[in-house]
Write a protein that binds this ligand. Structure first.
Ligand SMILES: [Zn+2]
Length: 399
């Protein structure tokens, strides 16, 4: 079995921009390593986000890891609970809980000003959530503090309660928009409405210290269950990522989850630390899923130049040093993204993602000389799902 290096640039896929001479950031970026592997490898596109599902990183990364989201995805909250290693019962309902900033929290026509409460500090965020747990935690609801504005709320026995079916907007999707529709949805549950209103009251003393003035539970679901990666695919694998949801997917799949000091999820992340961890792991393991978050963040910021920088860093500081060591070995290389985060849209879309698969005995299925969205689409190799891509990769590793 060949070793597999599966490299994911979150949100890298994009649309052509007039400002870039009708190129995408991936086309505009200097990516000599990706281009070399693409030219000699197999190119295609993969529909990571199944039809009818939202193009979240949770859904898309689950698909890339080879698990069909239609079967296994229960919500955003449950994946983050897996990352935190929470001890859960099968009938628990796990909510992702944001600390947010809303306009005029006492009025009915208020709007969502900031899904992150000004990227509230972890210290104050945890203080608030611990206080909410002390005052509002009971036999039904338990608050779990997390990082910055990202926390969790567990509803005991909630998997079979009416709350399980409520559809609440992710707060980052309704910035500057009225929240009345979501409040009407929350109102279908008196205990949830009560919890939200009491939490708002309890947060008032922090108004001088931070921008958080409300809680926003969303992304709820039953505990995540994934069949073990090793049993399913016959691979001894690890995930390397700064973000909780990718770590959560790894933990749920009983993969090794490598902690990288200084992995930030942004342009200043510890690239060398990720590369070193991958190389050390591959001494005994045979699959590494190395995830870099920065291109996605730059897409959300709508900053094309920063996104180009993030893609060039991914090429120079991840692919480059890995190729220095593994380029001469008999390995399978995969480079792709989980979903598009177009600069023009500043949020995720469901476009099929470009991928390249390279191993030494490869016969290219194309005449492309670079890795790009359009070039991958031109090959007409269109995989219908993440699991289809994983199957191709494993076949290649066995060859
Ligand atoms: Zn993503």
């Amino acid at each position: 079995m060949k070793k597999i290096l599966f490299l994911v640039a979150d949100g890298m896929g994009d649309w052509p921009l007039a400002d870039l001479g009708d190129k995408t950031p991936l086309q505009a970026a200097k990516t000599p390593h990706m281009d070399r592997l693409a030219a000699a490898g197999t190119l295609g596109t993969c529909q990571t986000v199944p039809q009818g599902m939202l193009p979240g990183s949770d859904v898309a990364n689950m698909a890339l890891l080879g698990y069909a989201p239609q079967t296994f995805h229960t919500g955003r909250g449950p994946i983050e609970a897996a990352a935190q290693g929470l001890d859960l019962q099968a009938d628990d309902l796990i909510w992702r809980l944001n600390l947010v900033t809303q306009s005029a929290p006492d009025k009915h026509d208020r709007t969502m000003l900031d899904y992150s409460a000004g990227h509230i500090s972890t210290a104050i965020g945890r203080q608030i959530v611990n206080h909410l747990q002390k005052k509002l935690g009971d036999d039904t609801f338990t608050f779990y503090p997390g990082i910055q504005y990202r926390h969790l709320l567990v509803q005991k026995g909630g998997a079979h309660a009416s709350e399980a079916k409520l559809v609440i907007n992710p707060p980052h999707d309704i910035t500057d928009q009225p929240i009345a529709r979501d409040m009407a949805t929350y109102a279908q549950s008196s205990r949830l409405t009560d919890l939200i209103s009491k939490a708002g009251e309890l947060m008032k003393p922090w108004a001088k210290e931070c921008a958080a003035n409300a809680i926003w539970p969303w992304g709820q679901g039953s505990p995540l269950f994934l069949p073990a990666f090793q049993k399913t695919f016959g691979l001894h694998g690890a995930v390397i990522s700064a973000v909780d949801l990718v770590k959560g997917l790894g933990r749920a799949a009983q993969m090794d989850v490598l902690d990288i000091p200084g992995a930030t999820g942004f342009l200043d992340t510890n690239y060398q630390g990720k590369v070193d961890a991958a190389l050390a792991y591959l001494d005994h393991g045979n699959f590494v899923y190395l995830h870099v978050e920065a291109p996605d963040e730059c897409g959300h910021m709508g900053d094309a130049q920063k996104k180009i920088q993030a893609i060039e860093d991914f090429d120079a500081r991840i692919l480059g040093p890995l190729l220095d060591v593994y380029g001469t070995k008999d390995a399978v290389w995969v480079v792709t993204c989980d979903h598009f985060t177009p600069i023009a849209r500043r949020t995720h879309t469901t476009d099929p993602v470009p991928f390249l698969v390279y191993s030494r005995e490869n016969n290219p299925n194309h005449n492309e000389t670079a890795f790009s969205e359009a070039g991958a689409a031109r090959t007409n190799l269109r995989l219908k799902s993440g699991p289809d891509l994983m199957a191709q990769i494993i076949n290649r590793a066995k060859a």
